[in-house]
Design a protein. Structure first.
Length: 250
């Protein structure tokens, strides 16, 4: 029998009344949890088994799953569901964890980042792309792939005029090294400065970072490619919902 905090990443119906949950826990990382009877009309664990729900769980380990014995809600993050923008970006936060983290690998920095991200998102009414890009930069850094932004990742040159970002090398490269990595993406000083500011600013203060919308959208696209490359995935399904939103209002 174990006790741990956990956040529901996704839920799948199992038979008539049960759910199989993907839960990201503080002590045990990502685990599969069988929640028996979660779909029963008078079930006491309905709220504890919904996506975004943050709970204190009591579980026991079976052969294929952990089994849910008891759950006490810490935060439902219900307000995320009140706005289409919040829920769209919220599902992306959950999918980042679900697709990036291996089973049962503890990472307290990632767990705390997810809690903080959901807390801020639950009250956010604007600046969603600035928030999510800062989150992506912090997330990939906590996974161990912090981008090199102060010098050429290949030769160490610091005074670089024509900037490029290499997805495969994980940082900026200079003109001289471009021939060794011709797939690099052109960026400018505004994007580089924005990347540095968003990476090192507290998540709750990222709206203070000054960067144009055009540069921000390009930076977000770079970070998506960079994360997918490092976790060896092809796409994030939740981004299709984000891309369907009107950028003028987010």
């Amino acid at each position: 029998m174990i006790r741990t905090e956990g956040i529901v990443l996704k839920e799948i119906r199992y038979k008539d009344t049960s759910k199989i949950l993907s839960v990201y826990t503080r002590k045990y990382g990502k685990i599969g949890v069988m929640a028996r009877g979660a779909y029963r009309p008078k079930s006491q664990i309905i709220a504890n088994t919904q996506a975004f729900s943050y709970n204190e769980y009591q579980l026991h380990r079976g052969k294929s799953f952990f089994y849910l014995n008891q759950a006490d809600i810490i935060e439902s993050f219900y307000s995320i569901r009140e706005k289409i923008e919040r829920v769209s970006f919220g599902y992306y936060l959950l999918e980042l964890i679900d697709k990036s983290m291996p089973e049962e690998q503890e990472n307290n920095k990632i767990f705390d980042l997810l809690i903080k991200g959901l807390t801020i998102l639950s009250e956010l009414d604007k600046g969603y792309f600035k928030f999510i890009t800062a989150y992506e930069l912090k997330f990939i850094s906590f996974l161990g792939y912090k981008p090199y932004l102060n010098k050429c990742v290949l030769c160490g040159k610091t005074n670089i005029n024509n900037l490029k970002f290499s997805i495969s090398e994980g940082g900026i490269i200079c003109n001289s090294c471009f021939s060794f990595n011709s797939s690099s993406i052109n960026i400018d000083k505004e994007i580089l400065e924005g990347m540095n500011s968003l990476l090192y600013s507290p998540l709750e203060d990222v709206n203070k970072v000054i960067i144009s919308k055009e540069s921000l959208y390009k930076l977000h696209e770079i970070m998506v490619q960079y994360i997918l490359y490092n976790i060896d995935r092809q796409k994030f399904n939740s981004l299709s919902l984000i891309n369907s939103l009107d950028k003028e209002f987010i």
